[in-house]
Design a protein around this ligand. Structure first.
Ligand code: SD4
Length: 346
């Protein structure tokens, strides 16, 4: 384990002494710079630098409307509307058959409620459908055609999400990669993931989160990643904190990644430490090398401290509050991050 025992015990003591409400950011010995900064609320954090625009919108919506769920939903709309973002909403990279299939979920901390859609086609704002599932059905998750029909029945018109550019790219990929190699499994790289996971904390100490993606570019039709799976791409525990993931979903969902991050915070880790511990824990039991996992987490605790860690090169996250916005480097994890006692890999 990368975290020294003394620091971990101090963090645990701090957390249990306060039940995660009033733990002073400055008392966290292992806290990163962002974890030491005084937190103004509402505060939103999101994966990747483009998440800043979503977070900024969310702060404004939360302040104007007072609704954190509106802030999460409409904040994520900003990214879903961005045709240049190739992994979320319109403009997303299609599946191997040239169809854009979207995954999204949302969680509300105070009532521990959740909604999710997976493999939904032709609907511009899957995050809104996830929220509808949460708020207007007795279910948590709808998939595929059923999710689409539910969206249409609730006033979300069918929309063409495949842009001309992505159609051309897909046709090129088909001839160059798929047809030539006869493989349906494309390589995932930095250009192929930009999922938004967003977490928010209000001034009452309530936590919320959302996640939206078009998933793995040129995935098999019907493939569902971690992003709409509660506990994998997103998890919110109103007593402790929230976490979200981006990267190769298959390597997150086999480990309940976001749930794991939240559980690390419950045990006293700071947000950055919790993300780091989750990545290390996954690397310890996964046959893949740390460098091949392509997993990244963001985390926000009940005190408003935030952090991130991951294995993707250049992984960053965005933060916005009434005090302003910034894009921060996540703790970069490489092979050497696993210590001498780390893992069962040879
Ligand atoms: C997935 N985790 O579908 C998503 C992809 C992603 O940035 O995060 N892209 O596997």
């Amino acid at each position: 384990m990368n975290i020294n025992r003394r620091k971990f015990i101090q963090n645990s003591a701090c957390l249990s002494a306060t039940r995660a409400i009033a733990c002073s950011p400055n008392s966290m010995m292992g806290a990163s710079h962002s974890e030491r900064t005084k937190i103004e609320k509402p505060v939103f954090i999101a994966t990747w630098p483009f998440g800043k625009f979503s977070c900024e919108a969310a702060v404004k919506i939360a302040n104007d409307s007072g609704s954190m769920l509106d802030a999460i939903e409409k904040g994520i709309w900003v990214t879903e509307n961005d045709v240049k973002n190739a992994s979320v909403g319109i403009g997303g990279i299609p599946n191997a058959n040239g169809q854009v299939e979207l995954d999204a979920c949302i969680m509300s901390g105070p009532n521990h409620n959740a909604g999710s859609v997976a493999g939904i086609r032709g609907i511009l704002h899957p995050i809104s459908i996830a929220r509808l599932v949460m708020e207007s059905t007795p279910h948590v998750m709808l998939v595929g055609e059923g999710a689409k029909q539910f969206a249409i029945a609730n006033g979300h018109p069918e929309t063409n999400l495949l842009t001309t550019q992505q159609k051309e790219n897909w046709q090129k990929w088909q001839t160059e990669q798929f047809e030539k190699s006869k493989k349906s499994k494309p390589k995932i790289d930095e250009d192929h993931h930009d999922t938004i996971a967003m977490l928010g904390l209000d001034s009452k100490g309530n936590l919320y989160g959302g996640c939206s993606t078009s998933g793995w570019g040129y995935k098999l039709a019907g493939r569902v990643g971690d992003s709409p799976i509660i506990g994998s791409g997103l998890y919110v525990d109103n007593q402790v904190g929230a976490a979200g993931a981006t990267g190769l979903g298959e390597n997150v969902m086999r480990h309940c990644g976001s749930f794991l991050v939240v559980e690390m915070m419950r045990q006293g880790a700071s947000p950055t430490e919790a993300c780091e511990m989750a990545v290390n824990r996954i690397a310890e039991i996964d046959p893949k090398n740390l460098g091949n996992l392509d997993i990244n987490f963001i985390a926000l605790n009940k005190a408003g401290q935030h952090g991130a860690a991951g294995t993707s090169k250049g992984f960053k996250y965005s933060v916005s509050s009434p005090a302003g916005s910034e894009v921060l480097n996540a703790k970069a994890m490489s092979e050497k991050a696993i210590g001498p006692e780390g893992g069962n890999r040879k």
